[in-house]
Ligand binder design. Sequence first.
Ligand SMILES: Nc1ncnc2c1ncn2[C@@H]1O[C@H](COP(=O)(O)OP(=O)(O)OP(=O)(O)O)[C@@H](O)[C@H]1O
Ligand SMILES: [Mg+2]
Length: 285
Amino acid sequence: MNKLADIKGPVDAAGEEYAGPGGEASYGRVKPAGVDTSHGAILYLDGITVSFDGFKALNDLTLDIGVGELRCIIGPNGAGKTTMMDVITGKTRPTSGTAFFGQSIDLTKLNEAEIARAGIGRKFQRPTVFEHHTVLENLELAMKADKRVRPTLFARLDSEAADRIAQTLDLIRLGNQAGRLAGLLSHGQKQWLEIGMLLMQQPQLLLLDEPVAGMTDAETERTGELLNDLRGKHSLVVVEHDMDFVAQIADGGKVTVLHEGSVLAEGTMAEVQADPRVIEVYLGR
Ligand SMILES: Nc1ncnc2c1ncn2[C@@H]1O[C@H](COP(=O)(O)OP(=O)(O)OP(=O)(O)O)[C@@H](O)[C@H]1O
Ligand SMILES: [Mg+2]
């Protein structure tokens, strides 16, 4: 498990090891420098409670996400799914509990910008692309916003950067839309573009909150294919209500059901769907 950590990345001009964009495999870093994932997990939430005036949006939530895993999180409205993402990204501080990124990065001690820089990307529900720029420009801007790309390395990285953009365009199904203004894309295409923009920053953990909300059936299906393409290359946490979509991307992997701020059930999609407690929280409302 620990082998990749031993592989030396290229050495930059200052003789310093550099594993930023283009450093290792140019696309997809499951096991990047900086995050100690030697125990196999990228994220550990332990006993997280978030109280809003005494109401516990999260209640002793304990959850681990494995490196390269695509974890689906489901649960009825108000279960605490978005609040969980708020805690991971530093938007909300837990009242108690611990949140670790890898073995040693304590997320509760970092602010939102520091957490993003450490390698956690988040996709909100509404797409936030630069509407007056082309698809290609949006990806370039996202890459340049990555503070880990040092300006001195830009010249050397140019061709690698172009390769990464081309790979990302294909991945997000916008290879033939590169010159189009982002504002002219469909809702689904904007969502894919935003996923692409997040990928340009090479997050080690990507959080997606209801990525297919508002999409057409065809767009939803293609989003499932896109996320399946990311499987194993990135660690992903996907919150979604659309059960057909969850079934499409869960692929025998673990699905976690949240209810009233804690984990109600965890297992394959088939296991959780057959769990009487899960059936009750979904039907009992
Ligand atoms: N800032 C806040 N102040 C007070 N209560 C909050 C706050 N944020 C969330 N809550 C409450 O915490 C609970 C969990 O909300 P959260 O948004 O995490 O649920 P969710 O699982 O994402 O639901 P949905 O599926 O509807 O998106 C809800 O009852 C919500 O009203
Ligand atoms: Mg939510």
